[in-house]
Design a protein around this ligand. Structure first.
Ligand code: FES
Ligand SMILES: [Fe+2]
Length: 449
């Protein structure tokens, strides 16, 4: 697909991430010291991957029915009989808690094909088809056939709901429509080791917001896989973000970026004061009370970390060791193809998938996965924003709603630009667009040219 991404080893002139965290007051846990630069040739991506209905249809046939994908949280189906629908393109899958663990089935009646469940979440003692009333137990086995005397040709043992694989990690339920797929644990590789310090199963869904976007699902997720866009998309935060100092790595089926905060952008022509660094990161609105002063001898990064650490220790206990990097930096993983859990104590998890079975629409979802003390709070239900409703209509996102508005402002125009493009390939930065290169390298293996 492209020439090699040479020369290797070139990085921004700014301080490296590893040199930065070596100066932190509370040192980082091991995963933040790991590095694994990507070594694959992909630096160009065919435009058709974003604009072609035919390519979209290939993804529907060859990628989605075979790959592990996050479907919901375990906490969203706490009681036996609770179910959740996961829908993507033409596919509709019921994830249900049974007496015997979490199971998944295609949401399709075996009689004449009506969808069994119409609602995104619910509770069922059994699944009863609204058309002629055939029913199935929640484990997928056949329960009743209407006018059974008229169906002597049905073998009851072979008339269960079409099964889907369901496996768990970190409080997330993953599904795979391919019954012969490798186990989820094999697919994830070392990713769970990275999260040993931040177990997602010990967090709850504090917020869950989805928004329909007028762009291909890959195009939208790629806007959240690099800090390269910060200089132009979020210029207001340049004082306090080491955008060009970000570290990018990839392992097997997942990749990671780490963008340091509380350190100035190498793009700046001047050195901001520690106070300017602090104010930039806190993104105080004009009518908010003034920020505290950064004392002499204190860095903004240390002060930001100390404040965040103190807040978290109220929940996690005062003996919890919380590194500066874990509360300051943006540590964003991507598990192929579309699951983006953030590391450290940042709450964000993204998922992107096609919407309305169209190549030029997608659903972007943001979960806030937060630590809690005592009983697990009930998970927030999904707030779904249509394509014309701004992120700021979801107040539970807080300051991030404004950032998302900046992030997503360009994307319909990128889709439109690519639809208009008279060239064949987009071109990627060798280092700062590592995660996107890694994604397309894997996608090329799933959908060979
Ligand atoms: S289509 Fe479901 S019972 Fe007939
Ligand atoms: Fe952004």
């Amino acid at each position: 697909m492209a020439s090699r991404a040479e020369p290797p080893g070139q990085r921004s002139a700014g301080i490296s991430y590893q040199a930065l965290i070596a100066q932190d007051r509370v040192p980082p846990p091991a995963p933040l010291t790991w590095e694994n630069p990507l070594d694959v040739p992909t630096v160009r991506v065919p435009v058709l991957r974003y604009t072609s209905r035919e390519y979209y249809d290939r993804e529907i046939r060859e990628l989605w029915p075979r790959v592990w994908q996050m479907a919901c949280r375990e906490e969203e189906i706490p009681q036996t009989g609770d179910y959740h629908l996961y829908e993507l393109g033409p596919y509709s899958i019921i994830i249900v808690r049974t007496h015997d663990g979490i199971r998944a089935h295609h949401n399709v009646c075996r009689h004449r094909g009506r969808k069994l469940c119409d609602f995104a979440t619910g509770h069922a003692a059994s699944f009863i088809c609204p058309f002629h009333g055939f029913s199935w137990n929640i484990d997928g086995s056949l329960r009743t056939i209407t006018s059974e005397w008229d169906f002597p040709h049905i073998d009851r043992q072979n008339f269960g709901l079409t099964p889907v694989r369901a496996e768990l990690w970190g409080g997330w339920v993953f599904i795979n429509m391919d019954m012969n797929a490798e186990p989820l644990a094999d697919f994830m590789g070392d990713l769970p080791r990275h999260f040993d310090f931040w177990p997602p199963e010990e967090r709850y869904v504090e917020a869950h917001v989805g928004k329909v976007m007028k762009a291909n699902w890959k195009l939208v997720q790629e806007a959240f896989m690099e800090a390269f866009h910060v200089i132009t998309t979020h210029p207001q935060i340049l004082d306090g973000i080491g955008d060009e100092n970000s570290q990018y790595d990839a392992w097997d089926n997942f990749s990671r970026a780490i963008t340091p905060n509380g350190t100035p952008s190498p793009h700046l022509k001047r050195q901001p004061t520690e106070q300017e660094l602090f104010d930039s990161v806190t993104m105080r609105a004009l009518d908010d009370p003034p920020n505290p002063e950064v004392p002499d001898g204190m860095t903004a990064r240390a002060m930001l970390s100390a404040g965040a650490r103190a807040g978290l220790q109220k929940i996690l206990g005062t003996d919890a060791v919380i590194a500066d990097a874990e509360v300051s930096d943006s540590i964003y993983y991507t598990l192929f193809p579309n699951f983006h859990p953030w590391g450290g104590y940042n709450r964000i998890v993204y998922r992107f998938r096609p919407w309305d079975n169209r190549h030029d629409r997608c659903l972007m979802e943001c979960y806030y996965l937060s630590p809690f003390a005592g009983d697990r709070p009930a998970p927030a239900p999904l707030r779904l924003l249509d394509e014309d409703t701004p992120w700021t209509e979801a107040p539970e996102l807080g300051l991030l709603a404004k950032v998302f508005t900046q992030d997503t402002f360009n994307l319909p125009q990128v889709q439109a630009g690519l639809e208009a493009a008279q060239y064949q390939e987009v071109v990627l930065a060798r280092y700062q667009e590592t995660k996107i290169r890694h994604f397309h390298h894997l996608l090329s293996q799933w959908l060979p040219d």
